[in-house]
Design a binder for this molecule. Structure first.
Ligand code: CA
Length: 99
């Protein structure tokens, strides 16, 4: 069974041409007119989710040192708007227990 799975995966990867050298060049993501940045020390765990509820995925970027999450709203063209901290009601939300 392991051989069959490995053989299938190898065939898919080989047929699709997915090799380590096939990555596209990196690009700077823009949130509105400003680059999307990660606060020091990193560990931002970026992810996509529609938190604004408009049907377009938004980019969420965590702030390890303060426990906040910045949301860059996505639009229908795949562009991102200016980032702002995720709020719970009118308060900036944060994850407790983070450095
Ligand atoms: Ca959205």
């Amino acid at each position: 069974m392991k051989e069959a799975i490995f053989g299938t995966m190898t065939g898919i990867l080989g047929a699709g041409g997915l090799l380590a050298g096939d990555f596209e060049a990196p690009v700077m993501l823009m949130g509105g007119d400003e680059p999307v940045r990660v606060d020091s020390p990193g560990y931002a765990a970026p992810c996509w989710a529609d938190v604004t509820g408009d049907g377009h995925k938004d980019l969420l970027v965590g702030q390890f040192s303060g426990g906040k999450i910045r949301v860059y709203p996505g639009d229908a063209d795949g562009k991102l708007g200016k980032g702002d901290f995720l709020k719970a009601g009118s308060e900036v939300a944060s994850v407790p227990g983070v450095w």
